[in-house]
Design a protein around this ligand. Sequence first.
Ligand SMILES: Cc1ncc(COP(=O)(O)O)c(C=O)c1O
Length: 454
Amino acid sequence: MTPTSAEAGGLAGAPPLPAHPDPQLDAVLDSGLPHELSHALGGPFHLLLPERFDANAAAFEDVLREAGVEGRVYYAKKANKAAVWMDRCALSGRGVDVASAGELRDALGHGVRGEDVVVTGPTKAEGLLRVAVLQGCLIAVDAPDELESVLAQARAVARPARVLLRRLPPAQPHSRFGFDDGELEAALARCAQAKDAIVMEGFSFHLSGYDPLLRAESAGELVELCLKARVMGLRADRISIGGGFAVDYTDAEHWERFLREQRPEHYHAGKSFASGDFYPYHSPVAGPDALRTVLAADGLAGRLREAGVQLLLEPGRALLDRAGCTVFRVQGVKNRSGYGIVTVDGSSLSLSEQWFNSEYLPDPVLLPAHERQGEPYAACVGGATCLESDMVTWRKVRFPTRPAVGDLLVYPNTAGYQMDSNESPFHELPLPPKIVLDTAGGTTRWRLDRHPLA
Ligand SMILES: Cc1ncc(COP(=O)(O)O)c(C=O)c1O
């Protein structure tokens, strides 16, 4: 028996969390294309909207320009593995931030030039450092022993290495990344002594969280370090403040209500989540506006200009804002007391937030296979695996009608870290393909992101 709206009424207070409206994506979803693709591909898939990526990167560049600050944007490749982002960076001349040999190969293979790549990540593998030096990439060096490895590689291939020294931020002294102040002093002396093999271009830091003011303060300190390094004859004309520009998925009203009201009864199996463990799905200051705030704080823009220091950014999530979504097909629906369990044709490996003791909260949207009337129906969403914990959504989401086999569920705004960070062919299920939507010229065409025969 189907729970009626009265039975689901116990969930009337289950707070909805709709993603921001996206009329352009809605038009694609309403066009019937997702159903066609689901039929053709026979499993879940991801839709990518590359124009959004370009627009997001351009918006960051506009903020730099408005503030009169020289700088550049490097896409943090870890946030999504699709090839299309590399193509876009190669064509626009934008940079890419890589953290492994595979990521570097992919960037170079798609035509991104070595000099447009910054290599980050903690102590990097020798092979990665060698290719990075050979290709003229900028290397964010994380530790004293890594500086020695970079030096050795540079001498071995007889090419100077371009480096940034990553400072352990005093504001986050327990971070595992970067040189402490004593190590930094020694590293500067080492760079000054090894000018034949090292071009010390500046400094970087890795800050957890999304606080623009902390970024501004830490950036100001790096500007001072550049001035100090120049006295030692080092180039020191750029700093990298990494990523960490928040994405605003939903509005303040829904988010605040959700945080206030959410409780274990709203989740399958009484699962509980601490509000502080969720990504901040609403941020009053996000993306390029967060950069504007960073530049305005502490007169940072002026200090960068006066010191002739360029500002490098490595946004991942923020460049992918609204640039993709994930589509599952409903494979079954069953009733529990007062709610239902929808089983979809994929798994929570395609929604990586689910693997960090957290939940991807923007509401999935139901695309019925056929128009039909019905009562609102609350359901959680499970994956098609044998794992009890494989829940794509633990929350009992209120759908406008009871989902049915063949309907689609669309998870909005998943390009940033959700769709492919954790995917694996578990159960020998194929990895969901990525479909690139090309909306240039007013029509919508689609293609595979990586062609299997290419
Ligand atoms: C060095 C570095 N750059 C860039 C990023 C990207 O961060 P986000 O996707 O939050 O912008 C990270 C994330 O951890 C990072 O460690």
